[in-house]
Design a protein around this ligand. Structure first.
Ligand code: CDP
Length: 229
């Protein structure tokens, strides 16, 4: 069967990664969480004191960035990818609210985007990939055969993120998370370089009132339509 490229974009915490991961596993494609890459760069900035309030030491980051290694390895138990920064497992650290509250600032930097987009294009050059993010269908893989744009109301997205963090034993109030979701939506949609927007040829999925299994089935059907099964 021919391999295609699948781009899944959308707002924060709307369940893109869950559906992207599940589909990739089912069809034997590679899954790349592009947000994890921006989160890993943000973690690096926080751990090296490069962020002060809303100010980023861009000169230092620019010179350190080429030496950062961001890689993924599959968790053999869950079959899901884990993020490594310079060889260290950072999967949990990059999901904290501390990282979430700065990631959109870091992801708005043009030199960070150029570096991440080029890594992402490299990872997808053989096709057979599902990548999720904000600009996958517009900038990273504008020729992707299947593009999905996922959306849900901010309140529902905040509740999902809250439940996810609670399950991991993380702190953070619902209000704090809702504010972060709204703030990131604003920065992501209004930034100068590749803002979050729907590609003209993307299919829209509003999953506000869908269960995980319903959205999984919806996506599997779209995939079959494209590969002609
Ligand atoms: O998981 P969640 O939806 O909260 O976000 P994420 O996919 O982990 O992405 C975190 C942040 O990285 C987003 O809010 C964007 O600011 C940025 N991002 C981006 O700019 N471009 C991408 N392709 C992916 C993420």
């Amino acid at each position: 069967m021919k391999k295609i490229t699948i781009a899944i974009d959308g707002y924060s915490s709307c369940g893109k990664s869950t559906m992207a991961k599940d589909l990739a596993k089912e069809i034997g494609y590679i899954y790349i969480d592009s947000g994890a890459m921006y989160r890993a760069v943000t973690l690096y900035c926080l751990e090296h004191g490069l962020i002060n309030g809303d100010t980023i030491d861009t000169e230092t980051l620019k010179s350190d960035l080429p030496d950062l290694s961001i890689t993924f390895k599959l968790n053999p138990e869950t079959g899901r990818p884990l993020t490594y920064l310079n060889g260290q497992l950072v999967e949990d650290k990059i999901r904290t609210l501390a990282v979430s509250s700065k990631v959109s600032l870091v992801a708005a930097l043009d030199f960070v985007r150029t570096a991440m987009v080029s890594l992402q294009q490299q990872m997808g050059k053989e096709k057979g990939i599902v990548m999720d993010g904000r600009d996958i269908g517009t900038t990273v893989f504008p020729d992707a055969e299947l593009k999905i744009f996922v959306t849900a109301s901010p309140e529902i997205r905040a509740q999902r993120r809250y439940d996810e963090l609670q399950a991991k034993g993380e702190t953070g109030s619902y209000e704090e998370i809702l504010q972060n979701v709204k703030e990131r939506d604003l920065i992501d949609t209004t930034r100068k370089v590749s803002p979050l927007c729907k590609a003209d040829d993307a299919l829209v999925l509003d999953n506000s009132h869908m269960t995980i299994s319903q959205q999984k089935q919806w996506l599997a059907e779209r995939f079959k339509e494209v590969v002609g099964e």
